[in-house]
Design a protein around this ligand. Structure first.
Ligand code: UDP
Ligand code: UDP
Length: 443
């Protein structure tokens, strides 16, 4: 973009959880590259240690970014009937959205536009509309999910009803109400930014661009693949050292992201499955939703017997790992993932076939992107997270299938090559930002 775009001032408003914060900060870095001024709105108290640490490292690395601290009126989790602290945080922000008004209007120089997290849409749009401030969405999921989101409560024919999370089929749930309200507010936004790209999601992106899905859908800007920042590197080196000593494509990496707790019973079945597969594995175990609450040791979670069996086959950790670096190691040949969208894009970039085991939310729909692309499996028969116990034998068999499938490896290598070319040239993102800037001038 030309230097004439240099005096734009953009505010970024993430909601909660690393899966939302990471793409925001990755996007922020490319906007800074264009000399745009940025204000990052952070909500306090911050839910997880992972988020607090990342925010402070990010702000130290980019001192030119202004931080605006937002402290919403606390909500009582019992009264709100929300147990997940990340969900509670976003509901808290939603209900205090009116308090954002003075914070936004006092920005200096005045804001050119704001980028709002998808989960806050309907609560923030009334605030920014009053201030006549253009508002773009960062949609932190797949274009396939966006196609559902854009016409909800209708369901596009490309998406089986069973792929919707059960909570979304309950029209009385507050999740469904927010989802519906957010979807309904879509036409009032100036555009949708998304971490995807043509070769990863050709059909959904074409469908969205055709305008056939929903009337009045604002333009969609596929800016992906988003790349990690140097500052995301962390010092836990044991997994990387261990991987260096393993054979090429021999290791299956297992992680369910930053906020999915798996029951102890299912963790043990998964452990047995990994051992039965005969493959080496690097496994990140998570038994609590929020990192601060992880108190039990691995011995207690896995049990002594399983710990013994695992000893010679794999490495198990409980800490936050550097997933990007792990996926970039030659030894990694497969990924068991819950299919959070960031993980899907990261696996695509690195060319790692995925055994998709969706647990909640948008994850089944994201896993279908992988399945449709022929570079992984979507385990529909394993049900949704906690409502189904999948036995070790079955898990072991699927891991063998994943690790031995040459066709999936080839498809994955092809997508990876395109993704890398895109990020090297920066062309996709560059052109999209140019179009975004033009759309802003018109608004
Ligand atoms: N991640 C990581 N280390 C961990 C757990 C997660 O680096 O130990 C990163 C992962 O690479 C991804 C993000 O955190 O970028 C998780 O986002 P995703 O959408 O995959 O899932 P969520 O955590 O939101 O369910
Ligand atoms: N979503 C939304 N409004 C909400 C909550 C969710 O629009 O208040 C949508 C959004 O597309 C999100 C998806 O539902 O990506 C799944 O939400 P969930 O909270 O399960 O997962 P997350 O994306 O936070 O990991």
């Amino acid at each position: 973009m030309s230097s004439s775009d240099g005096n734009l001032h953009v505010a970024l408003l993430p909601s909660s959880g690393m899966g939302h914060l990471l793409p925001y900060l990755r996007l922020a870095a490319s906007l800074i590259h264009h000399q745009w001024s940025l204000t990052l709105i952070t909500t306090h108290p911050i839910v997880s240690s992972a988020e607090s640490q990342l925010i402070s490292t990010f702000l130290s690395a980019f001192p030119q970014i202004t931080q605006k601290k937002f402290t919403p009126i606390p909500l009582d989790s019992v009264a709100a009937n929300i147990t997940d602290p990340f969900q509670l945080q976003l509901e808290t922000i939603r209900q205090s959205a009116h308090l954002l008004s003075p914070l936004i209007s006092s920005s200096s120089p005045p804001l050119s536009f704001i980028i709002t997290d998808v989960t806050l849409m309907s609560s923030v749009i009334s605030v920014t509309a009053k201030l006549c401030l253009p508002n773009y969405i960062l949609f932190t999921s797949s274009a396939r999910m966006l196609s559902l989101f854009s016409c909800f409560p209708s369901i596009p024919s490309s998406i089986p009803k069973e792929s919707l999370p059960p909570i979304l089929l309950d029209s009385n749930s507050s999740f469904t109400k927010n989802f519906s309200d957010d979807s309904g507010s879509l036409k009032h936004f100036n555009g949708v930014l998304i971490n995807s790209f043509e070769e990863l999601e050709k059909e959904p992106l074409e469908m969205l661009a055709s305008g056939n899905l929903t009337k009045g859908l604002p333009p969609v800007f596929p800016l992906g693949p988003f790349l990690p920042l140097e500052l995301e590197r962390i010092s836990l080196l044991a997994p990387l050292k261990w991987l260096e000593n393993q054979e090429e494509s021999s290791v299956v990496y297992v992680s369910f992201g930053s906020r999915t707790a798996i029951s102890k019973e299912q963790i043990r079945e998964l452990g047995n499955g990994l051992v039965l597969s005969g493959c080496k594995f690097l496994w990140v175990v998570k038994s609590k939703v929020v990192d601060k609450e992880e108190e039990e040791g691995l011995d207690e979670i896995l049990g002594h017997q399983l710990m013994k069996k695992i000893e010679n086959n794999g490495l198990v950790v409980k800490e936050w790992v550097d997933q990007w670096q792990i996926l970039s190691q030659k030894a990694v040949g497969g990924f068991i993932s819950h299919c959070g969208w960031n993980s899907v894009v990261e696996a695509a970039w690195h060319g790692i076939p995925v055994l998709g085991w969706p647990q909640q939310g948008d994850q089944m729909i994201n896993a279908e992107v992988i399945e449709a692309g022929g570079w992984g499996l979507c385990m529909k028969s394993w049900g949704w997270g906690s409502n189904h116990l999948v036995k070790g034998v079955e898990i072991g068999d699927k891991i063998k299938e994943l690790m031995g499938n040459q066709r999936m490896k080839m498809e994955c290598a092809r997508i990876s090559e395109v993704a890398k070319q895109r990020s090297k040239a920066g062309e996709g993102c560059e052109n999209m930002l140019k179009t975004l800037f033009q759309s802003l001038k018109k608004s």
